[in-house]
Each structure stands twice: as structure tokens, then as C-alpha cells.
Write a protein of this length. Structure first.
Lengths: 399, 123
């Protein structure tokens, strides 16, 4: 049976060239980068090299990159680290409703610590209006965090505009770029952000490696205390193989970015044709300004987990923001914040394509997916009267 | 995460469909939470002679609906009312803990269908 991996927002397969780069640091080059002898300096070289490669990915200085163990850690570090470092200037932070749990739950932690957090609304495409940011700013605001792009609906946010507003008010601005770093070009100077989070496994690197860009001169309180690793900003003996892998993955992403984007866009546009072969299927997120390989939908009258199970039986791996498919049993807050009715949000399905997907993969999906929809609709008590707006989600059972 | 029995009833659900001449209809659940179950029963001489369902929901919800329509056929109304959520889950070889409450709506929908039948056939 054909296997089609369409869940690149969950994680990417490790590029074999990246694995080759990592292997020596699991084996012969096992040294601790802090050690004085050659084994240690080899490991330190690997980290220095990777720091330069990751810096090149976003156009920063190597010294502005702090390695972490994940994108989630980078997000926790940014929010907590800046809020605490500047708490004497104010205890108000602004985040958007499009954020990943690692931002939202960090914001909730800050609320428990006595901070006040404003959650920015979004429009029906999931776009944060820079004007709402301007209006949310108060004298005590020290930090704003808005994601570069949503992994759930693919929408790319107007980060440059929001960062400019923050800079003008002397507020620190962070963006979660886990979905974009290594996937679309990022020029940190052009973007104008103070902090930016990345995760290696989102661009064919290993899990267990992430990074936070921290603009030179910015004061930030560490998340992990201990030794002097990462200039005292992140203690703990470095995960040398993973960091070396992140560096290599960043280098490959720089070299291959244009062709990967072109490939992702082309296949995605082909996949979007699903809307013409199945009725009552709605694209979620921004129709144009979205991640290259990202196609997300809400399918009326049926539920996401059931779709995932039937697709998986056909060798197709995708994701959903439905309540039943989440461990928390809650529909995706991102979909609800975009005004998608809660019933329709249960029909969420997300296909995210990668560099190794082929035209044949897409054709297979285009042939199989409408059958899955048809089969579940035959079981469903609903059949009409929904839609993405208006009456949708009232979910009256058709008699 | 699901038992083989759940996957079987999800992949090949029994008794799917509408029943225009149903003697009792019961609907339970809410699409906001993710699952809605509709059960139709046909009753003759105090026994359930046929049952069908329509379900909006996850794999567990569909498997539960399929299983309960199988379980009730041939049972008296009293016997059918004795079917609990636990009975259905056990017959399916168990359900994941987080699915026990929100997706295991079959017994409740069945109760409503029987109540519906009884309210229409008061003697």
C-alpha cells in the first residue's frame, strides 16, 4: 500500500544528510564541549559551526542564537524570560489567539504570576490586524508575541508591521517561527523582531533541537539555571548531535529553500482541487498568504478523527483540530477564534506537504479522500444546512 | 489506541441508516463536543425487532452506535434499558478512558428512543 506522509507540521522526516552529520557526535566525538582536551574542543567546534549555520538561516549574528531542546522551550524562554526581565517596567503582555500551546500556556503561567495578558482577536482568515495590536498596548506593556505563521491553518501573519509598532513603543516583540523557519525566507533585520523561536524537526532536522534568536544586547532571564553553556542563558550539557544536525538542516534549508517552496506550492495547489470533487468542504486560513505546503479544511457533517482513521487505513497520514482527535478533547481554539462554528470545527483536516511528497501522492489523496468523506457522510445524521458562516454549526439534525 | 473490535465496528459499521417508519427515535450528544448519535428502533410485542443509527463523531462514537444496535435486537424493552455504557464498552473490548464519557452515548440515545416509543404508545 502507498504511504503518504502529509503531516509535516507534526514533524518532518530526518534528512539522511543531516543524520550523517550527527552520527560522529553519537560515537567517537562524544566529548563535552566544556572540556579542555581535544575531544571537548571538537564538540565545541560542532556547536559553533551549527550556531553559524542557524544564524545564516535568519540573517542574524551567531552570538544571537541560543540553542534549546525544542521550539516549545524557545517559546517558554522568550515569554517568561522577557516578562521577568522587564517586570519592573510593567506587567502586561500581548499575545494573539493564533498561538501554539507553548505560548498560550506560558501566558497563563504569567497570569498566575500576577501579569495581565491581552489575547488578540483574529479575522476569519486567522490574520492579526496590526491596528488591534496598537489598541491593545498600554503603558505597562513590555512584551508582544505573535506567531509568524499558524501551523493549524497556514496563515502568515503581518509580523513586519506588528514589529514596527512594538519598536516604536519600545516594547519587546517575539515571534514563534517554528512553522516558518527553514520553510520560508526569514531576514531578521527586515522582519524587525527582537526574539524568534525555531525548531529543527520542522525543517528536516532532528527532534530535541530548537533555538531562540535573542537580539544583541537584550536582557533575558534564563529558564534553566546551572553552568555557563549558551553564555549562561541555557544551562545543561549540550545535545551535541542534535545541535550539529540542526545546523546541517539549516544549511540545507538555505540552499534548497526556493525549490522546496516551489514544489510545496505546486503540490498544494493541486491538492486544493479537492474542493471541486467534494462538496461542502471549506479551506481554512488565508487563501493566498499561507505556508507553501499547507492545505487545511473543514469538512461539513463529519468529524476529524474518523477521517484520520479511515485515511490512515489507506496509508495517508494527516492531522485534525477536532475535539475528538485532541488529547484534551477540545476543538482547536485557533479554529474557534477565527469564527468557525464549533460543529464545523469538528470536521477539521490538515494536510501539510513536504519536499519528499510527489505528484502521485497528491493524485492518490485526490482519489481516496472524497471516498472517505462520502462514507462518513452516509453514517452522519447531518446532510445540509451548515456552512462556514451564518447558520453553520447550529447542527440541526435533518429529519 | 482502539481495540480490534472497535476498529471492526468503525470500519464496517452495522445497521447504518435512517428508519422512516421507526417506532422510537432517540438523539443524544452535541456537535460542539464532537459526537451526536441518533438511534431508531422498531418495536413489536414489547421487543426491539430492528435498530438503526446515524452518527456524527469519532471512531469510538461510530463503533459504539454500531455495537449497541447489534446488542438491542431481539431484546425486550426492559432488557434493552439495562444496557449500560459499561456493557457497550466491554462488548467492544474496552474504550480509551477519555472516550468513555463523551463518545459512549449509545446507551443514552437508546434510552431516549425507548422513552420516545413509550410516550407515543401510552396504554
Amino acid at each position: 500500500m502507498r504511504k503518504c506522509y502529509f503531516d509535516h507540521v507534526a514533524t518532518n522526516p530526518l534528512d539522511s544528510r543531516v543524520l550523517d552529520e550527527m552520527m560522529p557526535y553519537f560515537k567517537e566525538e562524544f566529548g563535552n564541549p566544556l572540556s579542555m582536551y581535544e575531544l571537548g574542543s571538537k564538540a565545541k567546534e560542532a556547536i559553533d559551526n551549527a550556531r553559524g549555520q542557524v544564524a545564516s538561516l535568519i540573517g542574524s549574528k551567531a552570538s544571537e542564537i541560543v540553542f534549546t531542546a525544542s521550539g516549545a522551550e524557545a517559546n517558554n524562554f522568550a515569554l517568561r524570560g522577557i516578562a521577568l526581565a522587564r517586570q519592573n517596567e510593567g506587567k502586561h503582555a500581548i499575545v494573539s489567539k493564533m498561538e501554539h500551546h507553548s505560548i498560550l500556556n506560558s501566558a497563563r503561567f504569567l497570569e498566575k504570576m500576577g501579569f495581565v495578558v491581552t489575547y488578540l482577536p483574529v479575522d476569519k482568515h486567522g490574520v492579526v490586524d496590526p491596528d488591534t495590536v496598537k489598541k491593545a498596548i498600554i503603558k505597562e506593556t513590555t512584551l508582544i508575541s505573535v506567531t509568524h505563521a499558524s501551523s493549524e491553518v497556514g496563515t502568515i501573519e503581518p509580523i513586519k508591521e506588528i514589529a514596527a509598532i512594538a519598536r516604536e513603543k519600545k516594547i519587546i516583540f517575539h515571534t514563534d517561527a517554528v512553522a516558518t523557519a527553514g520553510n520560508i525566507p526569514i531576514d531578521i533585520k527586515d522582519l524587525g523582531v527582537d526574539l524568534l523561536s525555531m525548531a529543527a524537526h520542522q525543517f528536516y532536522g532532528p527532534k530535541g533541537a530548537g533555538a531562540l534568536y535573542v537580539r544583541e544586547g537584550l536582557r533575558i532571564v534564563p529558564l534553566i539555571y546551572g553552568g555557563i553553556q549558551e553564555n549562561g542563558r541555557r544551562a545543561g550539557t549540550e545535545n551535541v548531535p542534535a545541535i550539529a544536525g540542526m545546523g546541517k538542516a539549516a544549511e540545507l534549508a538555505v540552499n534548497e529553500m526556493n525549490s522546496r517552496i516551489e514544489h510545496g506550492r505546486r503540490l498544494r495547489d493541486k491538492l486544493l482541487k479537492i474542493k471541486s470533487s467534494a462538496e461542502n468542504v471549506h479551506l481554512t486560513g488565508h487563501p493566498e498568504n499561507r505556508l507553501p505546503g499547507h492545505a487545511s479544511f473543514c469538512v461539513e457533517f463529519i468529524e476529524g478523527e474518523a477521517m484520520l482513521l479511515l485515511l490512515s487505513a489507506k496509508g495517508v497520514y494527516a492531522a485534525s483540530g477536532s475535539a475528538c482527535s485532541s488529547k484534551a478533547l477540545k476543538a482547536s481554539p485557533v479554529l474557534l477564534s477565527m469564527g468557525i462554528p464549533s460543529g464545523l470545527a469538528q470536521g477539521s483536516i490538515v494536510f501539510t506537504l513536504g519536499k519528499d511528497n510527489t505528484d502521485d501522492d497528491i493524485e492518490y489523496l485526490l482519489a481516496e479522500f472524497p471516498q472517505v468523506i462520502k462514507r462518513l457522510r452516509e453514517i452522519s445524521p447531518y446532510g445540509k444546512g451548515w456552512g462556514i458562516e451564518g447558520e453553520g454549526g447550529q447542527c440541526t439534525v435533518q429529519k | 489506541m482502539y481495540s480490534a473490535k472497535v476498529m471492526d465496528h468503525f470500519s464496517n459499521p452495522r445497521n447504518v441508516g435512517d428508519m422512516p417508519d421507526a417506532d422510537g427515535v432517540g438523539t443524544e450528544g452535541n456537535p460542539t463536543c464532537g459526537d451526536v448519535m441518533q438511534i431508531f428502533i422498531k418495536v413489536k410485542d414489547g421487543k426491539i425487532v430492528d435498530a438503526k443509527f446515524k452518527t456524527f463523531g469519532c471512531g469510538a462514537a461510530i463503533a459504539v452506535s454500531s455495537m449497541i444496535t447489534e446488542l438491542v435486537k431481539g431484546k425486550t424493552l426492559e432488557e434493552a434499558l439495562a444496557i449500560s455504557k459499561e456493557t457497550v464498552a466491554n462488548e467492544l473490548g474496552g474504550l480509551p478512558a477519555q472516550k468513555m464519557h463523551c463518545s459512549n452515548l449509545g446507551a443514552d440515545a437508546l434510552k431516549k428512543a425507548i422513552e420516545d416509543y413509550r410516550s407515543k404508545n401510552k396504554t
